[in-house]
Write a protein that binds this ligand. Structure first.
Ligand code: ADP
Ligand code: MG
Length: 317
């Protein structure tokens, strides 16, 4: 894992986190995390609540000092005051809980942030991008949680930063908000931005991330492209059939491993399960078997997550 990379390879990394540790007293919230993010890609940190995602992100944006290890964002060290002030205008941050001034309205908050970054306000354009057009005069206190989160996204984007940090950006959002945010992330990635996203929604990580890093109890337990995680850890596809008078023949036997339980048969296959399913049905019909139930399961990122971590992503699981 501690493979040395050439300076060129490091130069096209927007973010390099090396051996990051963050302790809170006895607790190692982050217990030695190493990853890097190529420019122009979306990197997803996926894990349960309490895994250490927010803490990792905070260390990247200069909130909270690492106990050990190092972080570089655009080549700058966020623990150094001067480098952090160079970095600030080049990054955008949407935190899990952004506290916005209750009495201000949407336009005023966008103007306030524009002034902070020393740019002209783009209130109209930004509000439209996050689906808050027509709500520029709405007071923060009168907005739903989801609307406030969309405003927080607009605030992270208004100064057109090179790197975006989004912490559980859709937690508590409705379907409309989620669609807007997902669309915006895809558009930003297409525009060459680098994005680090934390989430405990498997679907969100899978849909948006070029690479996913699974974090468990402060450590990285797997890192790869979503499809690669599924292929490597998701296990076999299965086809299950319960049918009177059915038994696999040699041709079906060649598709994978069959197990029998009562009248039910289950095939575990590495091949394309849709084709296996078709072959199973054809064979059952040839035998004149009466199909009682039929099911196909293609491995998912959730299967991979469970195989890797030994737990479901929801704590109740
Ligand atoms: N300021 C803090 N003081 C003490 N413990 C903290 C603090 N912030 C986070 N933690 C603990 O660190 C662990 C990781 O938290 P966090 O990074 O917020 O996880 P995640 O974002 O993955 O849900 C949790 O056990 C959390 O309770
Ligand atoms: Mg968090």
């Amino acid at each position: 894992m501690t493979r040395r990379e050439s300076p060129d390879a490091i130069a096209d990394r927007a973010i390099v986190v090396d051996g990051l540790v963050k302790r809170y007293g006895e607790l190692a919230a982050v217990a030695g995390i190493t990853f890097s993010v190529p420019r122009g890609t979306v990197f997803g940190l996926l894990g349960r609540n309490g895994a250490g995602k927010t803490t990792t992100l905070e260390c990247c944006i200069g909130i909270g000092r690492p106990t050990a290890g190092s972080v570089r964002v655009l080549g700058l060290d966020p623990t150094r005051r001067r480098e952090l002030s160079d970095l600030r205008p080049r990054i955008g941050v949407q935190l899990q809980a952004t506290s916005l001034p209750e009495k201000a309205n949407v336009r005023e908050v966008l103007e306030l942030y524009a002034a902070y970054y020393g740019i002209a306000s783009r209130a109209e354009e930004m509000s439209e991008r996050v689906g808050l057009d027509g709500k520029l005069d709405r007071q923060i206190a009168q907005m739903s949680g989801g609307e406030q989160q969309r405003l927080a996204l607009a605030l992270a984007l208004q100064h057109d930063p090179e790197v975006l940090f989004l912490d559980e950006p859709t937690a508590g959002m409705d379907a409309f908000g989620r669609r807007i945010l997902w669309g915006e992330v895809e558009r930003l990635r297409d525009g060459g931005k680098t994005i680090v996203l934390t989430t405990h929604y498997i679907e969100e990580a899978e849909r948006l991330s070029d690479r996913i890093c699974i974090i468990q109890r402060g450590r990285i337990v797997a890192e790869a492209a979503p499809a690669e995680l599924v292929a490597r850890y998701g296990g076999d596809a299965t086809v299950s059939i319960a049918a009177e008078g059915f038994a696999p023949d040699a041709t079906l036997g060649a598709l994978g491993v069959w197990t029998q339980a009562g009248a039910g048969w289950k095939l575990a296959t590495r091949g394309e399960p849709g084709l296996a399913l078709a072959a199973v049905v054809t064979h059952a019909n040839t035998l004149g078997a009466k199909i009682v139930s039929l099911d196909m399961h293609r491995p998912t990122l959730e299967d991979a997550f469970i195989a890797i971590t030994g737990e479901t992503i929801e704590e109740t699981g």
